[in-house]
Design a protein around this ligand. Structure first.
Ligand code: SAM
Length: 472
């Protein structure tokens, strides 16, 4: 039985509700009057239900698609302006006891080199990331209770936050580790993590069980209910996502939105972020073995409709996507991207020889962070290294209500400009610096509140003179 407020996986992600939604979408895909109503509702930026979103996804009318794209871009601007938050993944360990058939970390894979960073190696990786200009990381690790216990993750977080190298600092550590207990989520919260991220991979229980034949992750309910436990453990910023390509996109798109609805209905806070990874080639993983690859044009629609269905959520795209695709997706609602990423364990300090491969998947965007920042500036986006909200306690429902009310723009824009200024003073190439300075000059005038604007101008000149870490 479908119940968005239940905390039982098969009730808030109801297979029969997903299937009847798919049928409803198919039956109504030509009902332009209904679609018109849904587009009008979307334009009010209050979000859409999974049924309404599924119907838009099913509609093949090019005019409707064009309007969805325009709306997605408008809504992204309404909530996030032209800011794009920057981050990088940091792989701590690829030891893993699970059997996920799409992931090269699976326990039976003997080809990849297994590595686990020591605290000294983490320090070296973090300094390399700081030297690129990163302030925000996403920690990644395989699931291995003995090699990567929670104590190792907690110690690593403490190490990361403690490092001050030149002007560098990691100010927000998001964590993408396997589903765990309420008690462990509490410990992660106490360690000061930003968002707890966990991809569902697929919401289809039968397929999920086939794709995860062995290991703790094979327990569908344990994995699907992880965000509930995280919330119960006091983490109020959680990030969800599916790995597109494992299951039919229709099924997982609906499941993803139902999960967002469940979090909102049960805890009063929807997902802080939604990620949209697509399956990539990797060691021991041939994407040809997976029959549900999502073509680019459908993927664009998925991103755009997710944006209008969940207007307030941060939407993340990684270097799994090519520069060309990322450029397109930035116009369709994406608000966070990674740059200069390495998916191997220890990859920021040294490039691996091919026979030493420890990477999780092949990336498509190989540009440096400076190149990504310069490219964003060329496209008119503001690369933002801001981490202020969570450091000011603006998380969970406090963050969401500020965002929904539009009040947040008085701090986000100046914060983005301040952190961009830090980046261009400390790390940018001359060409990127020039573009960044021009953007800061141009956009400072757009800060709505005069007092905030004056203070921002003062902070900018202090950064110019060597001071760091101002925020609103
Ligand atoms: N080990 C953690 C867990 O159990 O959920 C998560 C960390 S894993 C390093 C991060 C994510 O990478 C996975 O959740 C999965 O969605 C994604 N991933 C795994 N194999 C992939 C592949 N071949 N292509 C693209 N993404 C992949």
């Amino acid at each position: 039985m479908y119940n968005p407020k239940s905390t039982i996986a098969t009730e808030f992600i109801s297979d029969s509700e997903i299937r009847s939604t798919m049928e409803y979408a198919r039956e109504n895909s030509g009902n332009l009057a209904l679609i018109e109503d849904i587009l009008a509702k979307a334009a009010r930026a209050k979000g859409l239900t999974h049924r309404e979103a599924a119907l838009l996804l099913e509609c093949n009318d090019p005019e409707v698609t064009g309007r969805i794209y325009t709306l997605a871009n408008e809504i992204k601007h309404r909530f996030y302006g032209n800011r794009i938050v920057m981050f990088a993944p940091l792989y701590l360990s690829n030891y893993c006891v699970n059997g996920c058939v799409y992931c090269p970390y699976h326990a039976k894979n003997k080809n990849i080199r297994r590595k686990k960073l020591t605290q000294d190696e983490i320090r070296a990786e973090v300094m390399a990331l700081q030297d690129m200009g990163h302030k925000r990381l996403a920690l990644e690790a395989g699931e291995h209770p003995l090699k990567n216990p929670i104590e190792y993750i907690l110690e690593s977080i403490e190490t990361i936050y403690s490092i001050r190298h030149k002007n560098g600092a990691i100010r927000r550590v998001n964590v993408n580790i396997a589903a765990t207990t309420v008690e462990n989520y509490r410990r992660l919260r106490d360690a000061g993590i930003g968002t707890y991220i966990l991809f569902q991979e697929t919401y289809n229980k039968t397929n999920y069980e086939a794709l995860h034949p062995t290991g703790p992750k094979s327990d569908y309910a344990w994995h699907t209910e992880a965000m509930d436990r995280a919330m119960q453990g006091g983490i109020d910023d959680v990030g969800i996502g599916v790995l597109f390509g494992l299951e039919t996109y229709r099924y997982d798109f609906i499941g993803l939105l139902m999960h967002a609805e469940h979090l909102e209905a049960t805890y009063g806070v929807g997902p802080h972020t939604i990620s949209v990874p697509r399956l990539c080639p990797a060691d021991d993983v041939d994407t040809a073995d997976f029959k549900n690859a999502v073509p680019d044009d459908i993927f664009y629609k998925i991103v755009a409709i997710t944006r209008i269905a969940v207007p307030y959520t941060g939407m993340i795209i990684s270097t799994r996507e090519s520069a060309k695709n990322r450029e397109r997706l930035l116009e369709l609602g994406i608000s966070q991207i990674s740059g200069g990423s390495r998916t191997s364990v220890g990859g920021y300090v040294s490039d691996e020889a091919p026979e030493e491969n420890s990477a999780q998947f092949d990336i498509s965007d190989h540009r440096s962070l400076d190149e990504v920042v310069g490219w964003l500036l060329d496209l008119g986006h503001i690369p933002s290294f801001c981490t202020a909200c969570y450091r000011e306690g603006r998380t969970g429902d406090r963050f969401m209500s500020l965002l929904k009310s539009g009040q947040i723009s008085n701090c986000c824009l100046p914060n983005a400009l301040l952190t961009l200024k830090e980046y261009i003073r400390d790390y940018a190439s001359p060409a990127t610096r020039e573009k960044g300075e021009a953007m800061i000059k141009r956009l400072l005038a757009d800060v709505p509140n005069e007092r905030v604007r004056d203070r921002a101008a003062d902070y900018l000149s202090k950064i110019e003179n060597g001071e760091r870490d101002f925020r609103f």
